[in-house]
Design a protein around this ligand. Structure first.
Ligand code: QAP
Ligand code: CO
Length: 171
């Protein structure tokens, strides 16, 4: 089932999501719906709060060298915690909840992630490059934060102006 995606400035996106405790069929069906929603929206990552569910769950499907998003590369990440972040990189980010806007954001370059999978099993992964960036972007959603909040005052102003204009033109 394709779910509607909440977009800025909807205040629900500021919600701090709560830990997942039940790794049941309801969670599995919800994760499947998130995947379907992300794929039809041309996304590489989606946090549960973006589809109005304030739980600490996110999915990622990073494209391979050919730009293909294989379901084999789908990561379902629940209750994540970042350990040992290292280095800094700038990357031009976008967000399904801030459609049409892209801007450079600073992130850690590499990190170790502890999380649970859909069955509640403890997992660890080492992330670098786009995966590391995407993990940080999605975990920010779980804290109620958007990438636009990391912009300088000047760039944030530019964003507000451009975004409001685009919203008006859509109506
Ligand atoms: C988060 O973002 C991310 O504006 C995932 O019109 C972004 O999937 C992680 C999208 C950058 C790492 C680097 C955005 C699709 C998708 C749009 C997305 C749009 C259509 C964004
Ligand atoms: Co996002």
């Amino acid at each position: 089932m394709i779910l509607p995606i909440i977009t800025y400035p909807n205040k629900q996106l500021k919600t701090r999501s709560h830990p997942v405790v039940n790794f049941d069929d309801l969670l599995h069906r919800f994760l499947d719906d998130m995947y379907e929603t992300m794929m039809v929206s041309n996304g590489i990552g989606l946090a549960a709060i973006q589809v109005a569910n304030p739980i600490r769950a996110l999915i990622l499907c990073i494209p391979d060298e050919e730009g293909e998003q294989s379901r084999d590369n789908l990561l379902e990440i629940i209750n994540p915690v970042i350990h040992a972040p290292q280095g800094n990189v700038l990357y031009q980010e976008g967000c399904l909840s801030v459609p049409g806007f892209y801007e450079d954001v600073e992130r850690y370059e590499t990190l170790t992630l502890h999380y649970q999978n859909r069955h509640g099993e403890a997992c660890t992964l080492q992330a670098s490059e786009l995966l590391a960036i995407a993990i940080q972007h999605e975990i920010d959603h779980l804290e109620g934060k958007l990438f636009i909040e990391k912009l300088s005052y000047h760039r944030r102003k530019k964003f507000e102006k451009e975004y409001k204009k685009a919203l008006k033109e859509k109506k």
